[in-house]
Design a binder for this molecule. Structure first.
Ligand code: NAD
Length: 339
């Protein structure tokens, strides 16, 4: 059996980590026909948009894609391609597991969290404007019952399917009484339909402190868009950083996988950064396709290479200037050898 998967290599470090992921996936023996398409600033002059229609059409047709990071200009320029992609394809659930890996320098050794972030509304609706030019500006945060209900339901379904015990809804309902009140009340209504999974809620600032002190007390976190963005990076930090943390954007019958990290432009083309996050995103993709054995074998191989600590990139060494650190492709070679 062969699968067709859309691959957007991205920019910055995207193409090099994506190439490493392709080689590792190929080494599992699963046959994938990659439809490689470009997006981002570099294609604007050719197609008139950083996210051309044919890229969206390819993902709609294949129902599954994987992407490297894409640079978004700060404070000016085009809207984030990542956000536009999630909205255009209604990939409403951003799924980011944050699990400790033996050998990764990290503040904790026993974290096992799953962050479920709403991906289509909240502050990311991107509705902002100047009220008085240069003096005052405002952004609008959209929360709907429909989007809240489906993201909380996604979190509970994930708990049921992955034998997890607790879902925590994260909010700021003490201050944002109307918007986060709607999110929290909707979460409580959905939770009542899943009696086998425990449910609680936390105010986001308190949750951040507790995650830093006792992350073991949490299991699945479900959050609105901006809080989810921030808390998922915090959780990536608990388990050793962006270089190892995979992610997925999932809708109904369609999914795009991507590492949590960005395009780290300063490392472009240096064969230096860690390919683990995108390789593990590739494993999540294989699992989504039903190729669980191949997915498990990648996860095992990644863990073995990191545990041995020899053929790993600079960020996984105790000292970042350790001269024995290997490059992106060499770490991928070690993972392939371990498969
Ligand atoms: P970043 O994740 O690109 O980099 C932050 C730092 O994290 C890097 O300087 C590096 O030290 C480290 N890092 C990141 N990936 C690593 C890896 N694979 N291996 C080792 N170290 C790694 O975040 P940023 O600097 O805030 O963003 C840069 C650009 O990426 C921005 O334009 C931003 O919009 C974009 N971005 C894109 C996505 C996406 O495509 N989904 C996500 C986040 C940021």
């Amino acid at each position: 059996m062969s699968y067709t998967v859309t691959l957007i290599p991205g920019d910055g470090i995207g193409p090099e980590v994506s190439a490493a992921m392709r080689r590792v996936v190929a080494a599992t023996g699963i046959s994938i026909d990659w439809e490689v398409l470009e997006a981002g600033e570099a294609v604007i002059s050719k197609y008139g948009s950083p996210l051309p229609d044919h890229v969206l059409e390819s993902i709609r047709r294949n129902k599954v894609g994987i992407k490297g990071p894409i640079t978004t200009p700060v404070g000016k320029g085009f809207r984030s391609v990542n956000v536009a992609l999630r909205k255009a394809l209604d990939l409403y659930a951003n799924l980011r597991p944050a699990t400790s890996i033996v050998g990764v320098p990290a503040p904790y050794k026993d974290v096992d969290l799953v962050i479920v972030r709403e991906n289509t509304e909240g502050l990311y609706a991107g509705i902002e404007h100047e009220v008085i030019p240069g003096e005052a500006a405002e952004a609008i945060r959209i929360i709907t019952r429909r989007a809240s209900e489906r993201i909380v339901r996604f979190a509970f379904d994930y708990a049921v399917n992955h034998d997890r015990k607790l879902v925590t809804a994260v909010h700021k309902g003490n201050i944002l009484k109307i918007t986060d009140g709607l999110f929290l009340n909707t979460a409580k209504t959905v939770a009542a339909q899943y009696p086998a999974v425990a449910f609680n809620d936390r105010i986001v600032d308190n949750l951040c402190m507790q995650l830093v002190q006792r992350p073991q007390e949490y299991d699945i976190l479900v959050l609105t868009n901006m809080f989810g963005d921030i808390v998922s990076d915090l959780c990536a930090g608990l388990v050793g950083g962006l270089g190892v943390t995979p992610g997925a954007n999932i809708g109904d019958g369609i999914a795009v996988f991507e590492p949590v990290h960005g395009s780290a432009p300063k490392y472009t083309g240096q064969n230096k950064v860690n390919p683990t996050a995108v390789i593990r995103s590739g494993a999540m993709l294989l699992s989504y396709l039903g190729e669980q054995q191949a997915a498990d074998s990648i996860e095992r191989a990644v863990r073995q290479v990191i545990r041995e600590g020899k053929s790993v990139t600079y960020d996984l060494k105790a000292r970042r200037d350790d001269p024995t650190a290997v490059g992106t492709q060499e770490m991928a070679d070690a993972i392939i050898a371990a498969l």
